[in-house]
Design a protein around this ligand. Structure first.
Ligand code: MN
Ligand code: MN
Length: 301
């Protein structure tokens, strides 16, 4: 493929396949009574055992939680038969990241949400090609979602994926936001419709378990310096979970204190849980693709 992007596409493909296999495995794991923490650990182990890194911690967001819930180290919560469960994950091959998600309905009540998110994703995939404006993809998603009597979430959407960067330059809305930025041949993007019966907007909640290191700083405390070096060595600038650090350092208090110091120094980006503003139920579907001249290649398959 001739294009301006200088990617090793086979690494994207390998990571995409492993990510999709993990999503398929998630459908077996997610059952009423199962602990969220066990599910996250098993999915992360699944990708690591295949020889991949993690693009970010496995997200398990339920009902009105739209994204960015990952369990704490001692998380006692279990899936129930009232849950609409979003599993969002990605494998990493060297610097090549992937991102995909599926929604699992344990309640039997939310088939319309799951089907609509999936149909909207298929519509977005069909719409992708070089030169396509992102607002046109958004319009296609919006039409499917509103046609099903639901709302798209307006402040969540798809994004570019470049080497080492899960959220690169381009934003792909889930409604017609008028942005006429065009997709480019060879670009890798994630498409991710979110649908809800709530306000159509997410806000930040309390639960904060995912961070990303931004740069180097001189922390005063010895503990914080050790934590900082551990993050650099093991997670580089990829998002990580607090529970990973607690497993390595033993003390949640020590880890929290270190992360607070790094955050105060401006060395961390934080990703709190994103909650539907009207407490609506949320479903999501996500795939990563390579933009081609006349269409796209789905990577997470
Ligand atoms: Mn994404
Ligand atoms: Mn995702």
């Amino acid at each position: 493929m001739e294009n301006k992007y200088d990617y090793e596409y086979d690494k994207f493909r390998e990571a995409g396949k492993a990510s999709f296999e993990a999503l398929t495995y998630a459908k077996e794991l997610v059952k009423p009574g199962k602990k969220l923490i066990d599910t996250a650990n098993e999915l992360e182990k699944f990708m690591k055992d295949k020889g991949f890194g993690l693009a970010f911690p496995v997200n398990i967001s339920i009902n009105e939680n739209a994204a960015h819930y990952t369990p704490t180290v001692n998380d006692e919560s279990v899936f129930t038969n009232n849950d609409l469960v979003k599993i969002d994950l990605g494998a990493r091959k060297d610097t090549y990241l992937q991102d995909c998600a599926v929604t699992i309905d344990l309640s039997g009540k939310y088939a319309n949400f799951v089907d609509t998110a999936q149909k909207a994703l298929q519509e977005a995939i069909s719409s992708v090609k070089a030169g396509r404006k992102v607002c046109e993809i958004g319009a296609a998603v919006e039409k499917v979602v509103k046609g099903a009597g639901l709302k798209p979430i307006e402040n969540l959407g798809g994004h570019g994926i470049s080497e080492e960067d899960l959220h690169a330059d381009i934003f792909i809305p889930n409604y017609d936001n008028g942005d006429d930025t065009a997709l480019e041949e060879g670009q890798v993007v994630a498409l991710e419709p979110f649908v809800t019966n709530g306000a159509g907007h997410v806000i930040e909640g309390e639960h904060l378990q995912i961070y990303q290191k931004l740069g180097n700083v001189n922390a005063r405390s010895e503990d914080t310096r050790r934590i900082s070096e551990f993050i650099d060595k093991n997670y580089s600038t990829y998002p990580f979970a607090v529970r990973w650090l607690v497993n390595a350092f033993g003390s949640e208090f020590k880890v929290r204190r270190g992360l607070n110091e790094l955050a105060a120094l401006g060395a961390l980006e934080s990703f709190p849980v994103l909650v539907e503003k009207g407490k609506g139920i949320v479903a999501q579907a996500e795939a990563s693709v390579i933009v081609q001249k006349d269409g796209c290649e789905v990577l997470t398959k």
